[in-house]
Design a protein around this ligand. Structure first.
Ligand code: SF4
Ligand code: SF4
Length: 323
């Protein structure tokens, strides 16, 4: 039993799935950036990319479900050749589904991606954009030189299209710490972001999501390299907050990989913790019935302490208020 499972048992908590509300598809590991904290180890040289055939199988499966939200992540999801095809086919489903694009902002201004922001606006795709700070030093340190200026220009472009202003075009920003520490209060940070981005750049947005870095992927390598991995684990373990367990994203999200394989969350996906059936065979999305998932046991590991530390952390930000 891992340390997280032991802690849940000690607290008398049984972590099981509820009804699925979000299908999160990790469409591949290709990205124009190579951020220090990346749990996917994404980058320009990665070649794992979803095929059109797999997209078709996912859309067909979705058509038979009532899952209301499709959340596209990566890598930079917009870099896969069939990104627009995927969005358009999900858009064609009835009942309509909310589509989320987890965007690193800079891709919107890369050569070859002209018109991408306009496409997202036309399709009313919700944007959840990485922006680890409102000052250039921290952003460039974590994401690379020049990323801050590119992110600001992309946010201004999105605002000019109505993102963050028109209620049908939500724009949320994602903060994550630039080192081995927990996020501060999401509410206070959101006020700071809103004030500073408006004052210096005229930028507006809807909500700030404060996420904790999980000790996996490139962030784990960074911690290991600096001899801080166990110290960070202990920080997460000490900050365990049982009140966050009911809001963990693995309870209502199905995570799918670029080959259609199924996991409890994107973190488990990066760790290769694919679901298995009763016979031990590995499961793909088209093997499962969304109506039969309630009460399914969630696969956990020590990394899960990253989701339950302090205010908690999910794809939608903090799970509980710190104040
Ligand atoms: S954190 Fe996001 S933007 Fe940065 S390398 Fe990973 S996938 Fe790309
Ligand atoms: S990493 Fe977080 S979301 Fe994933 S299974 Fe663990 S607690 Fe749930």
């Amino acid at each position: 039993m891992n340390r997280f499972a032991e802690r849940l048992a000690a607290e008398g908590v049984n972590l099981r799935r509820g009804h699925p509300e979000i299908l999160q598809v990790n469409v591949g590991k290709v990205c124009n950036l190579t951020c220090v904290h990346c749990h996917v180890n994404a980058g320009p040289k990665r070649r794992e990319i979803i095929t059109r055939q797999t997209i078709d199988r996912i859309v067909n499966w979705l058509a038979k479900s009532d899952i209301p939200t499709v959340d596209l992540t990566g890598g930079a999801p917009e870099m896969i050749p069939d990104f627009r095809y995927f969005v358009e086919h999900v858009e064609g489903l009835r009942p309509p589904r909310k589509i989320i694009d987890r965007c690193n902002l800079t891709i919107l201004l890369e050569p070859g991606y002209e018109g991408l922001a306009q496409f997202l606006a036309t399709k009313k795709v919700e944007i959840v954009a990485s922006m680890p700070c409102y000052s250039p030093e921290n952003v460039n340190a974590q994401r690379g030189e020049g990323v801050f200026d590119g992110s600001i220009a992309a946010l201004q472009l999105l605002n000019s299209l109505g993102y963050g202003i028109d209620p049908e075009l939500p724009l949320h920003l994602v903060y994550n710490p630039v080192g081995a520490f927990l996020p501060p209060s999401q509410d206070e940070l959101e006020l700071d972001y809103k004030r500073e981005l408006k004052k210096h750049f005229g930028i507006v947005f809807n909500n700030l999501y404060a996420l904790t870095n999980l000790p996996i992927g490139r962030f784990a390598s960074y911690l290991r390299h600096n001899c801080k991995l166990e110290e960070y684990m202990q920080l997460l373990i000490r900050a365990f907050n049982p009140a966050t367990v009911s809001g963990l994203m693995c309870r209502n999200t199905i995570s799918v990989g670029w080959r259609g394989e199924v996991y409890d969350c994107d973190f488990n996906q990066q760790l290769g913790m694919q679901w298995s059936g009763n016979s031990g065979s590995k499961l793909f999305l088209w093997d499962i019935d969304p109506n039969s998932l309630e009460a399914r046991v969630i696969m956990t590991g020590d990394h899960c302490f990253g989701c339950t530390a302090g205010a908690g952390s999910s794809c939608g930000g903090a799970i509980r208020s710190l104040s």
